[in-house]
Design a binder for this molecule. Structure first.
Ligand code: TYM
Length: 324
């Protein structure tokens, strides 16, 4: 039996943070070999927010280095960037034509922007249908993501229904894969960790950058277990000790926090140490990957992805009626 298809993607809109790692990349690394997997850099999605071409290019290269550094073997996955496969924007357009304006107006990313009084570009508005295209083109069944992407996967399912009803059975309904403990990694201010909230702990920051971020995590005035710090630390500790082992048990972690209720500095230092343990080997691996390595990986990935996407789009074009 052939393996089920899996796909996920990250925007090339800035440096990745530990929320991206625990919410999407780590789950991907743990499951991708059991599936026929695709890992994408969403560079066209990033155009909704990045205006500087140099920055976009650099972000794209950096994200691929991050993918490889966290343990994704490019030989075992189709790793590619969205803009290399023209079928994504093509299918995105068709899906845009099937959903309504009020439906897209309910999308969180768009709603949040408008609620803040900011002007959303039309790309941000139709963003969910480009993402649906990313997923549907490859007959993806499983999409590992963080909680903030749940609605987008629902929208992709809606796009499937709309298309299949209009043109006949064509696409498969994808399902999100969201982990309970790490679906929403809190940021240093206690809100969801997010680039746009400027509350991140960088994944591949220098030790100084990581230290600066951790030292800024909000705590109470003393005497109580600092919730935000504890929650972030619990996630990191779980990963460092490979989901807790006897030598570094949940009990030890609990003790650390009860014994240091009023010593936030000691707790923060312990977290910095744990992050370093987790990141140091990945940082080393990352440093060994050149920009040309990245280009080669993306070229090979694009060839494989293109073959699949082209085949799917041929069927779609015929069904829609643009082939004569
Ligand atoms: P993006 O680039 O905002 O985030 C990438 C992944 O990181 C997860 N994530 C988090 N998980 C837990 N806690 C957090 N604080 C946190 N912050 C971010 C996100 O949920 C996501 O899984 N639209 C997508 C990119 C995309 C995509 C796709 C994903 C484009 N096409 C197709 C899957 C399939 C996005 O903006 O993710």
């Amino acid at each position: 039996m052939s393996k089920k298809r899996l796909l996920t993607g990250l925007q090339a809109s800035g440096t990745l943070h530990i929320g991206n790692y625990f919410g999407a990349l780590k789950p991907f690394v743990e499951m991708y070999e059991e599936y026929d997997s695709h890992l994408m850099v969403a560079d066209y999605h990033a155009v909704t927010s990045v205006r500087d071409p140099k920055v976009l290019r650099q972000n794209t290269i950096d994200v691929v280095k991050d993918y490889i550094a966290v343990g994704v073997d490019p030989e075992k996955v189709i790793m590619f960037k969205q803009s290399d496969i023209l079928e994504h924007t093509e299918l995105g357009w068709i899906l845009d034509c099937l959903v309504t304006v009020p439906f897209l107006q309910q999308a969180h990313a768009y709603k949040d922007k408008v609620a803040k009084g900011l002007e959303a570009n039309a790309g941000l508005f139709t963003y969910p249908m480009l993402m649906a295209a990313d997923i549907l083109l490859y007959d993806t069944e499983v999409v590992p993501v963080g909680e903030d992407q749940r609605q987008h996967i629902e929208y992709a399912r809606e796009a499937v229904t709309k298309f299949n009803n209009a043109y006949g059975e064509t696409f498969i309904e994808p399902k999100e894969h969201i982990l309970k403990g790490t679906g929403v990694v809190p940021g240093i201010d206690g809100q969801k960790m997010s680039k746009s909230y400027k509350n991140t702990i960088p994944l591949f920051g220098t030790p100084e950058e990581i230290q600066k971020a951790v030292m800024s995590i909000v705590t109470g005035t003393g005497g109580e277990i600092p919730e935000v710090l504890h929650n972030i630390h619990e996630i990191v500790r779980g990963a460092v000790t490979n989901n807790f082992t006897e030598t570094n048990s949940p009990q030890k972690f609990y003790d650390l926090y009860t014994e240091n209720k009023s010593n936030y500095k000691a707790l923060k230092e312990a977290l910095i140490e744990d992050i370093e343990k987790l990141i140091a080997p990945m940082r080393e691996k990352r440093a060994s990957i050149s920009d040309d390595d990245v280009r080669a990986v993306l070229k090979a990935g694009a060839e494989k992805a293109r073959e699949r996407a082209a085949k799917k789009m041929e069927d779609v074009r015929t069904k829609v009626g643009v082939t004569i």
